[in-house]
Write a protein that binds this ligand. Sequence first.
Ligand code: FAD
Length: 376
Amino acid sequence: MTSQTYDVIIIGAGIVGAACLDECARAGLRTVVVEANMIGGGATAAGMGHLVVMDDSEAQFALTHYSQRLWQEMSAELPESVEYDSCGTIWVATDDIEMQEVRRKEEYYSSRGVSVEVLDARSLIDAEPNLRKEVIGGLRIPSDSVIYPPAAARFLVQRARSRGAVVLVGSSVRSIDDGAISLEDGSKLSGSLVVNATGSWSSLLTPGIDVKKRKGHLLITDRYPNFARHQLVELGYLKSAHSMTSESVAFNVQPRKTGQLLIGSSRQFGVETSEVEPSILARMLERAREYLPGLGKLSSVRAWTGFRAATPDKLPLIGPHPEVNKLYLATGHEGLGITTSLATARLLVDQIIQRQPVIPIAPYLPERTIQATGHA
Ligand SMILES: Cc1cc2nc3c(=O)[nH]c(=O)nc-3n(C[C@H](O)[C@H](O)[C@H](O)COP(=O)(O)OP(=O)(O)OC[C@H]3O[C@@H](n4cnc5c(N)ncnc54)[C@H](O)[C@@H]3O)c2cc1C
């Protein structure tokens, strides 16, 4: 039995837990993070690391925009291993309907202070010569960028440690009870409050929260510098991300600083096994080849899967659990947790120390989704 008492106990050291740890330490809170496996080894290791401002809803825009600004502010401090690359995004249009969406996005982003550029077919091919020639235009968002997420999680944990935070790796949490946690080895830690930041595992420790696993596949190629210069995403990606059906794939390709290409992505509900499914991978690659035919000649190095933590309204849960004493949630970030981790940490600590948040917090409060379950 451990008698150590903390202000905050964070469970999970993915990018979200790591960012929360760093922000708690920055605020002077005595904080510990407890991680069952390795820092940044869950969805954080599986993700693409695209730091992207999204416009599905005003709340999603506010969170992604705020967080991207925090990443930009931190970028000078990030070590080389984080591979921060401000390559920008191009949303690619293949027909008139998608071009209308380009114009809608242009108006949406520019009216909210994000610089964007509409590309016609020729300027798109000039920017990305490997795209197939039938593309008709696109929208470039120069302020989007890319990182290597596990290295970013390690950086945040290390920085928190240098500010006095405690890091316990290799300890699995069995249960949460009134500001305390019990570990699998029988020991306990107590604190003023506990933060569940265990991503797609979060409903195991906190039953009753509506966070479901959404499986994704990715593949990485060998090194082909300059094959793509921006993160390239089809406008149909939005349909895939929105779809609540069991399976979807979309063209989403990212150039890495190493010269490799990361090819995504797929979304599946109701699949619990982590193995790579050849049929999904084949559909995903076929979709990518429709946009970048030359991909067919490149060699791949590895494919893998990961689980996004999905909520019904596609917004994360950040704040106190409405029914469980001394429990906060920082989970449910679906396909945007790398992007939104830093803003999540700010909004969490704003609530803990009662600081004025920079953006309205209400859309992310857990009370909006949790069913009355009466569990402890
Ligand atoms: C294929 C794919 C592509 C993606 N692409 C992007 C992208 O381009 N941009 C973007 O912003 N986001 C992307 N995401 C989403 C992003 O990866 C996640 O939202 C983010 O990593 C979630 O971080 P997390 O810290 O909440 O969860 P995780 O990284 O899963 O961390 C949770 C941690 O909790 C630990 N844990 C679990 N249970 C316990 C326990 N009982 N005790 C102790 N520790 C425990 C786990 O070991 C794990 O380390 C993608 C995701 C996938 C799957």
